[in-house]
Write a protein that binds this ligand. Structure first.
Ligand SMILES: Cc1cc2nc3c(=O)[nH]c(=O)nc-3n(C[C@H](O)[C@H](O)[C@H](O)COP(=O)(O)OP(=O)(O)OC[C@H]3O[C@@H](n4cnc5c(N)ncnc54)[C@H](O)[C@@H]3O)c2cc1C
Length: 313
């Protein structure tokens, strides 16, 4: 790391986001002896930190907890000299040879940027959702499940996240109802089998949440049947929302090519539409968003960044 005249720190590579994509990119660039800074606004490990058990990441035949996998990846990247700071990137200047990355506390300059900001849960956008967030409305079973011991709760969604999170929540709750807007699940078959045979899980098909009600905490959920139009108010002490994800790329809007949903468009070498800017993992436009694919992208993006810096010098 060098200091430049402005007092900003200068690195070869700045990585934004410390999930599996960012940690892998950091491992590769620091091992290639490039000065590397990784900027993470929350926990190192990203979405892995909220995953109870990872069963499909190779090398762990019995599975591994998301927390353990996060710690191992962080330790391995730091072993080769990667620096890391706990700050949120709020602005970036990506054009030209020298890139500038701004957090609330500092500005970092670099030759190459690797964007690994992942995704976040989409909000349902119904009355009561924001008001009762943290008071019964949650987006993370691993984080909040234990607060709902012996409660009756609702889980909204029908994909992999909804089902894996619902299955995890059955460890704590008395019972839960999965509210799904269709009459069939779109989750992976193995999760469907586990959920459909779990005695603590009920299903409310063809239904959408219209409002969340309560006083200090959530007390009920208003649900509409999309086939019959019938509206019911059901008692619930908690609502977990898993209705899809959206990329965390808002602060980069207009700076590089994205698809209409905000996913960053890259080529097979993880290069974006801007020279010296690479993107990896779930924030990119791709078919499969998993730890294994994020790790693969992270390695490719790091190697492409190394090649870009070599050729520039
Ligand atoms: C509930 C759940 C269960 C899952 N289970 C599995 C599983 O069993 N197996 C599997 O392979 N995959 C699973 N996944 C998917 C997997 O976790 C993701 O595909 C993977 O974590 C993506 O890695 P990433 O590095 O691209 O992004 P993320 O893991 O999302 O990490 C992105 C990081 O960037 C940080 N960040 C974002 N914006 C900024 C900013 N402006 N400044 C600084 N930092 C920022 C975030 O805080 C975050 O830590 C699961 C996901 C969820 C939600």
């Amino acid at each position: 790391m060098k200091m430049v005249n402005s007092g900003s720190k200068q690195y070869d590579v700045v990585i934004i986001g410390g999930g599996p994509a960012g940690l892998t990119a950091g491992l590769y660039t620091s091992r290639a002896r490039l000065t590397t800074l990784l900027i993470e606004s929350a926990l190192y490990g990203g979405q892995m930190t909220t995953t109870e058990m990872v069963e499909n990441y190779p090398g762990f035949p019995e599975g591994i907890t998301g927390g353990d996998l996060s710690r191992l990846m962080e330790e391995q990247a730091k072993r080769f000299g990667m620096e890391a700071v706990n700050e949120e990137v709020i602005e970036a200047k990506l054009a030209g040879e020298r890139k500038s990355i701004q957090t609330s506390g500092a500005t970092y300059l670099c030759d190459a940027v690797i964007i690994c900001t992942g995704t976040e849960y989409r909000k349902l956008g119904v009355p009561g959702e924001l008001e009762f967030r943290g008071k019964g409305v949650s987006y993370c079973a691993t984080c909040d499940g234990a607060f709902f011991k012996d409660n009756e709760i609702m889980v909204v969604g029908g994909g992999d996240s909804a089902l894996t999170e619902a299955l995890f929540l059955t460890k704590f709750v008395k019972g839960l109802t999965i509210i799904h807007r269709r009459d069939a699940l779109r989750a992976t078959k193995i999760y469907q089998e586990r959920a459909l045979t779990n005695p603590k899980i009920k299903f409310l098909w063809n239904s959408v949440v219209q409002a969340i009600k309560g006083d200090q905490i959530v007390r009920s959920v208003v649900v509409k049947n999309v086939k019959t139009g019938e509206i019911k108010e059901l008692t619930a002490e908690g609502v977990f929302m898993f209705v899809g994800l959206e990329p965390r790329t808002h602060f980069l809007k207009g700076l590089l090519q994205m698809d209409d949903r905000g996913y960053i468009v890259t080529n097979e070498d993880c290069e974006t539409s801007v020279k010296g800017v690479f993107a990896a993992g779930d924030c990119t436009k791709k078919l499969l968003r998993q730890i294994a694919t994020a790790v693969g992208d992270g390695a490719t993006a790091a190697f492409a960044a190394e090649k870009y810096i070599d050729e520039k010098e």
